[in-house]
Design a protein around this ligand. Structure first.
Ligand SMILES: [Ca+2]
Ligand SMILES: [Ca+2]
Ligand SMILES: [Ca+2]
Length: 188
Protein backbone atom coordinates (compact mmCIF):
# COMPACT_ATOMS: atom_id res chain seq x y z
CA UNK A 1 0.00 0.00 0.00
CA UNK A 2 3.01 2.31 0.39
CA UNK A 3 2.07 5.73 1.67
CA UNK A 4 -1.45 5.52 0.41
CA UNK A 5 -4.19 5.88 2.99
CA UNK A 6 -6.47 2.85 2.92
CA UNK A 7 -9.87 3.60 1.46
CA UNK A 8 -11.79 2.86 4.63
CA UNK A 9 -9.43 4.73 6.89
CA UNK A 10 -11.32 6.74 9.49
CA UNK A 11 -9.52 9.98 10.15
CA UNK A 12 -9.07 10.56 13.89
CA UNK A 13 -9.95 14.25 13.65
CA UNK A 14 -13.16 13.41 11.78
CA UNK A 15 -14.05 10.87 14.44
CA UNK A 16 -13.33 13.34 17.25
CA UNK A 17 -15.49 15.97 15.58
CA UNK A 18 -18.35 13.50 15.19
CA UNK A 19 -18.14 12.53 18.86
CA UNK A 20 -18.35 16.22 19.73
CA UNK A 21 -21.19 17.04 17.32
CA UNK A 22 -23.40 14.02 17.93
CA UNK A 23 -22.62 13.14 21.55
CA UNK A 24 -22.39 9.50 20.49
CA UNK A 25 -19.79 7.08 21.82
CA UNK A 26 -16.77 6.31 19.68
CA UNK A 27 -17.75 2.62 19.36
CA UNK A 28 -21.27 3.52 18.30
CA UNK A 29 -19.98 5.83 15.59
CA UNK A 30 -17.56 3.20 14.31
CA UNK A 31 -20.38 0.64 14.19
CA UNK A 32 -22.63 3.06 12.30
CA UNK A 33 -19.83 3.76 9.85
CA UNK A 34 -19.36 0.09 9.17
CA UNK A 35 -23.06 -0.27 8.46
CA UNK A 36 -23.07 2.84 6.30
CA UNK A 37 -20.13 1.63 4.21
CA UNK A 38 -21.67 -1.79 3.88
CA UNK A 39 -24.78 -0.18 2.39
CA UNK A 40 -22.71 2.21 0.31
CA UNK A 41 -19.04 1.29 -0.23
CA UNK A 42 -18.24 4.60 -1.96
CA UNK A 43 -19.24 6.45 1.21
CA UNK A 44 -21.48 8.84 -0.70
CA UNK A 45 -25.14 7.91 -0.89
CA UNK A 46 -27.40 9.01 -3.68
CA UNK A 47 -31.17 9.17 -3.21
CA UNK A 48 -31.67 5.55 -4.15
CA UNK A 49 -29.03 4.17 -1.76
CA UNK A 50 -30.33 6.45 0.94
CA UNK A 51 -33.91 5.32 0.59
CA UNK A 52 -32.85 1.69 0.95
CA UNK A 53 -30.74 2.47 3.98
CA UNK A 54 -33.23 4.81 5.64
CA UNK A 55 -36.20 2.49 5.35
CA UNK A 56 -34.19 -0.21 7.10
CA UNK A 57 -34.00 2.16 10.07
CA UNK A 58 -37.71 2.98 10.26
CA UNK A 59 -40.54 0.92 11.66
CA UNK A 60 -43.17 2.03 9.13
CA UNK A 61 -43.89 0.08 5.94
CA UNK A 62 -41.85 0.75 2.78
CA UNK A 63 -44.69 2.48 0.99
CA UNK A 64 -45.26 4.90 3.83
CA UNK A 65 -41.59 5.76 4.26
CA UNK A 66 -40.88 6.14 0.56
CA UNK A 67 -42.09 9.68 0.04
CA UNK A 68 -40.84 11.08 3.31
CA UNK A 69 -37.38 9.57 2.71
CA UNK A 70 -37.07 11.89 -0.26
CA UNK A 71 -37.56 14.92 1.93
CA UNK A 72 -35.30 13.55 4.63
CA UNK A 73 -32.59 13.16 1.99
CA UNK A 74 -32.86 16.88 1.18
CA UNK A 75 -32.66 17.78 4.86
CA UNK A 76 -29.65 15.56 5.57
CA UNK A 77 -27.75 16.74 2.47
CA UNK A 78 -26.45 19.80 4.29
CA UNK A 79 -24.19 21.01 1.46
CA UNK A 80 -26.83 20.26 -1.21
CA UNK A 81 -24.44 18.32 -3.44
CA UNK A 82 -26.94 15.54 -4.10
CA UNK A 83 -25.02 13.00 -2.01
CA UNK A 84 -25.06 12.15 1.64
CA UNK A 85 -21.69 11.37 3.14
CA UNK A 86 -21.18 9.63 6.45
CA UNK A 87 -20.82 12.84 8.47
CA UNK A 88 -24.04 14.26 7.04
CA UNK A 89 -25.83 11.00 7.69
CA UNK A 90 -24.62 10.53 11.24
CA UNK A 91 -25.22 14.14 12.31
CA UNK A 92 -28.65 14.07 10.67
CA UNK A 93 -29.63 10.76 12.13
CA UNK A 94 -28.27 11.41 15.62
CA UNK A 95 -29.78 14.88 15.88
CA UNK A 96 -33.18 13.94 14.47
CA UNK A 97 -33.48 11.01 16.84
CA UNK A 98 -31.60 12.16 19.95
CA UNK A 99 -31.46 15.94 19.70
CA UNK A 100 -33.50 18.57 21.49
CA UNK A 101 -36.80 19.70 19.99
CA UNK A 102 -35.12 22.86 18.70
CA UNK A 103 -32.27 20.91 17.06
CA UNK A 104 -34.76 18.55 15.44
CA UNK A 105 -36.82 21.45 14.15
CA UNK A 106 -33.74 22.87 12.48
CA UNK A 107 -33.64 19.70 10.35
CA UNK A 108 -37.40 19.76 9.88
CA UNK A 109 -37.10 23.30 8.53
CA UNK A 110 -34.49 22.15 5.99
CA UNK A 111 -36.78 19.29 5.02
CA UNK A 112 -39.55 21.72 4.07
CA UNK A 113 -37.42 24.39 2.45
CA UNK A 114 -37.06 22.70 -0.91
CA UNK A 115 -35.50 25.61 -2.81
CA UNK A 116 -33.25 26.41 0.19
CA UNK A 117 -34.09 30.10 0.20
CA UNK A 118 -34.39 30.04 4.00
CA UNK A 119 -38.14 30.39 4.06
CA UNK A 120 -41.06 28.01 3.71
CA UNK A 121 -43.98 28.93 1.49
CA UNK A 122 -47.38 27.22 1.40
CA UNK A 123 -46.54 25.10 -1.61
CA UNK A 124 -43.42 23.72 0.02
CA UNK A 125 -45.36 22.92 3.14
CA UNK A 126 -48.24 21.22 1.34
CA UNK A 127 -45.91 18.73 -0.43
CA UNK A 128 -44.36 17.58 2.83
CA UNK A 129 -47.58 17.59 4.84
CA UNK A 130 -49.18 15.37 2.16
CA UNK A 131 -46.29 12.94 2.60
CA UNK A 132 -46.72 13.16 6.36
CA UNK A 133 -50.38 12.17 6.00
CA UNK A 134 -49.22 9.09 4.11
CA UNK A 135 -46.54 8.32 6.68
CA UNK A 136 -49.07 8.57 9.49
CA UNK A 137 -51.79 6.76 7.55
CA UNK A 138 -54.06 9.80 7.99
CA UNK A 139 -56.92 10.17 5.47
CA UNK A 140 -56.81 13.39 3.42
CA UNK A 141 -60.56 13.70 2.92
CA UNK A 142 -61.79 15.13 6.20
CA UNK A 143 -59.01 17.61 6.73
CA UNK A 144 -57.08 18.11 3.48
CA UNK A 145 -53.36 18.96 3.70
CA UNK A 146 -54.11 22.34 2.06
CA UNK A 147 -56.41 23.28 4.92
CA UNK A 148 -53.99 21.98 7.49
CA UNK A 149 -51.29 24.22 5.98
CA UNK A 150 -53.66 27.21 6.03
CA UNK A 151 -54.21 26.63 9.72
CA UNK A 152 -50.50 26.21 10.43
CA UNK A 153 -49.74 29.46 8.62
CA UNK A 154 -52.44 31.42 10.39
CA UNK A 155 -51.00 30.18 13.65
CA UNK A 156 -47.27 30.68 13.15
CA UNK A 157 -46.76 33.12 10.23
CA UNK A 158 -46.61 35.97 12.70
CA UNK A 159 -45.88 38.81 10.24
CA UNK A 160 -48.42 37.47 7.76
CA UNK A 161 -46.15 37.60 4.70
CA UNK A 162 -47.15 34.11 3.51
CA UNK A 163 -43.77 32.63 4.22
CA UNK A 164 -42.14 31.20 7.30
CA UNK A 165 -38.66 32.17 8.32
CA UNK A 166 -36.67 29.66 10.35
CA UNK A 167 -37.41 31.63 13.53
CA UNK A 168 -41.14 31.80 12.83
CA UNK A 169 -41.17 28.09 12.08
CA UNK A 170 -39.14 26.88 15.04
CA UNK A 171 -40.63 29.27 17.61
CA UNK A 172 -44.13 28.61 16.27
CA UNK A 173 -43.84 24.84 16.64
CA UNK A 174 -42.17 25.16 20.05
CA UNK A 175 -45.10 27.29 21.19
CA UNK A 176 -47.63 24.86 19.72
CA UNK A 177 -45.90 21.54 20.30
CA UNK A 178 -48.88 19.47 19.14
CA UNK A 179 -48.10 20.75 15.62
CA UNK A 180 -44.97 18.65 15.53
CA UNK A 181 -47.10 15.47 15.34
CA UNK A 182 -48.13 16.36 11.81
CA UNK A 183 -45.14 18.54 10.85
CA UNK A 184 -42.18 16.47 11.95
CA UNK A 185 -41.28 12.97 10.77
CA UNK A 186 -38.72 12.81 13.58
CA UNK A 187 -41.04 12.17 16.50
CA UNK A 188 -40.70 8.98 18.46
CA1 LIG B 1 -23.90 16.30 0.77
CA1 LIG C 1 -38.28 27.92 0.36
CA1 LIG D 1 -43.65 35.20 7.86
Amino acid sequence: MGNKIPKNHFDQSVLDKLIEDTGLEREVIIAWRKQFLMACPSGKMNRKNFFKFYRSLRVESDEKVKEIANFVFTAFDRDSNGKIDFTEFLCGYAITSLGTMRQKLDYVFALYDKDKNNSIDRKEMIRVISAMYDLLGKPKKDYPPERCVEDVFSLIDVNNDHSLTKDEFIDGVLKNPYLSDIISPFNE
